[in-house]
Design a protein around this ligand. Structure first.
Ligand code: ADP
Length: 357
């Protein structure tokens, strides 16, 4: 592990200050560094290399590279550096983990002896983000394609003569409108989410009356609730206030209560309540709907995740509502959680820190 101990105990060691500088440099590097000698045994390495490859193998020094990292193209690159003095870059994936490295392997001479150095740049996080980005793009395209296909089909039907079909033309137009509205809704949600995620949205938390806010959201959603004879129950005492950005809290409550109505049964109820827990305010939205099974529970806060994609779309969902709530709760320094019993209903809770100022 002590890179310089091995290198600089040799006769023609560099000047002391060079040693120290190199030693410090390798120690502070986040990249793993491994140096092998001509016999392909590890001659020196830094702490990062030990953290990445040594934990399972113990000290790296004197081990063959093949014992520590099993990867043919990496070994080939080290061979090229040793025998042909060629520099190369290889991508290394560690089997059984999600670790991925971009490795530069170059010839490295010390004490007139040939060696090769490998510098391992960890690209696991970049890869993960790239996958998330690609998945996001493909989700968006998929989500937009469905309503767009429907719009195009109905426009074509109208063009092909249905425009004169007085019994159906208005119905076709209303399908076009509904799909256009869905696209509009989706794009708004995507823009909203991306502004929150990129930090463009700032919140201004203030003392906000929770009961009044809940009543406002109930009023806005009352027509939707009435369609399914769902009762909206505000269990919060009149004087309860929380420390939050009122507009953003209203947005969070709207998303949760809207879901609680959408995924409820006819004649069910939605109850909003408040409690204190560990010095935080907890706002809960409880419904009497179908509930969410455990396999889905962990994932429903992910963007575009829906337990029943087709059904959510039919009832005007975008799959982004809960992701928005999660981000807004976190912007407040809080968190969102859910518990659910199949067949009985779900409880979504927003936990917000109190004003400590
Ligand atoms: P959507 O626009 O589909 O409602 P959300 O992000 O708000 O998107 O919710 C994601 C998914 O989580 C929903 O499609 C649904 O499957 C599930 N879900 C959310 N709230 C509830 C609830 N109260 N009861 C049952 N399932 C729910």
């Amino acid at each position: 592990m002590s890179f310089l101990k091995s290198i600089f105990t040799k006769k023609e060691a560099p000047a002391n200050h060079t040693r120290t500088t190199l030693n410090d440099l390798f120690k502070t590097m986040r990249e793993s560094v491994i140096v092998v000698g001509e016999d392909t045994r590890i001659f020196a390495s830094n702490q990062a290399a030990y953290d990445d490859f040594g934990r399972r193998n113990g000290a790296l020094e004197n081990k063959r590279l093949t014992e520590v990292i099993r990867d043919l193209s990496l070994h080939e690159a080290f061979r090229k550096a040793l025998e042909e003095e060629k520099t190369s870059d290889v991508e290394l994936e560690i089997v059984g983990t999600d670790k991925k490295y971009d490795v530069r392997i170059a010839p490295f001479q010390f004490d007139e002896k040939k060696g090769a150095i490998g510098i391992f740049y960890d690209i696991s996080q970049i890869e993960r983000l790239e996958n998330v980005r690609q998945e996001f793009l493909s989700n968006i395209s998929h989500e937009l394609r469905t309503p767009l296909t429907s719009i195009l089909a109905f426009v074509e039907t109208l063009e092909d003569g249905a425009i004169d079909d007085e019994e159906n033309n208005l119905r076709f137009l209303s399908v076009i409108r509904r799909n256009a509205e869905r696209m509009h809704h989706l794009i708004n949600d995507i823009l909203e989410l991306s502004s929150i995620e990129s930090g463009k949205i700032t919140i201004e938390p203030k003392k906000s009356n929770l009961s009044n806010l809940t009543d406002e959201v109930f009023t806005n959603l009352s027509a939707k609730a009435a369609e399914k004879q769902i009762s909206l129950v505000n269990e919060i005492s009149k004087e309860t206030s929380v420390f939050a950005d009122a507009a953003r809290l209203e947005q969070m409550l709207t998303n949760l209560i809207d879901n609680a109505v959408k995924f409820n049964r006819e004649g069910g109820s939605v109850k909003v309540s408040h409690a204190q827990s560990g010095g935080n305010d907890v706002i809960s939205v409880a419904d009497t709907g179908e509930g969410i099974s455990n396999e889905h529970l962990q994932r429903i806060f992910e963007r575009f995740y829906r337990t029943d994609r087709a059904r959510s779309r039919d009832i005007g969902g975008t799959g982004l509502g809960l992701a928005i709530v999660k981000h807004l709760a976190r912007l407040h320094g809080g968190e969102i959680s859910v518990t659910s019993t199949l067949g009985k209903g779900s409880v979504f809770s927003i936990e917000l820190p109190k004003n400590t100022a």
